[in-house]
Design a protein around this ligand. Structure first.
Ligand code: GDP
Ligand code: MG
Length: 171
């Protein structure tokens, strides 16, 4: 199997949407209920994607950094996961501005991106319809996944990160 270079991925989204829970799910296939919300960490992860070993460095942002820190993270990354919480409309409304900032920081480069609507297990508390997520992703020309960090039966979390790696490596 060919060994490929490292792909740097950064995870963005409002505090509390489940960024840390998604990253921990990807790395351990487990759900950790409580995670220090102010913590910013990077992780290394390897996965077989289309018969190639891909090394990822994943930055789990805290979601409460100032603009300067945020732009630094954006310059660092090759690809980006923007997460919102389907039970929190405000988190959904923060996606477009985040994407706008990404475009600005990375200009004139194309920005590899995937959109995740997390907490899909909380259907009873849903504030953002699946179609709205799909439409936003279509506007941003990126892949879209509804996921749940706590019951990831279909493996959607890994699929989202793998698709992002593909998108980065297509460029
Ligand atoms: P972050 O601030 O974006 O890193 O969010 P966290 O990963 O710390 O998660 C915030 C809260 O949401 C925690 O209490 C998690 O247990 C909870 N949470 C995260 N993902 C999910 C999910 O998919 N479903 C449910 N029900 N709760 C989740
Ligand atoms: Mg976190």
């Amino acid at each position: 199997m060919a060994k490929s270079p490292e792909v740097k991925l950064a995870v963005f989204g409002r505090a509390g949407v489940g960024k840390s829970a998604l990253v921990v799910r990807l790395l351990t296939k487990r759900f950790i209920w409580e995670y220090d919300p102010t913590l910013e960490s990077t992780y290394r992860h390897q996965a077989n994607i289309d018969d190639e070993m891909v090394s990822m460095e994943i930055l789990d942002t805290a979601g409460q950094e100032d603009t300067q820190q945020r732009e630094g993270h954006m310059r660092w990354g090759d690809g980006f996961v923007i997460v919102y919480d389907i039970t929190d409309r405000v988190s959904f409304e923060e996606v477009a501005p985040l994407r706008g900032l990404l475009e600005e920081v990375k200009k004139p480069k194309h920005v590899p991106l995937v959109l995740i609507g997390n907490k899909a297990d909380l259907e009873h508390a849903r504030q953002v319809a699946t179609e709205e997520g799909e439409r936003l992703a279509a506007d941003m020309a990126c892949a879209f996944y509804e996921c749940s960090a706590c019951s990831d039966q279909g493996g959607g979390v890994a699929e989202a990160f793998h698709e992002l790696c593909r998108e980065v490596r297509r460029r």
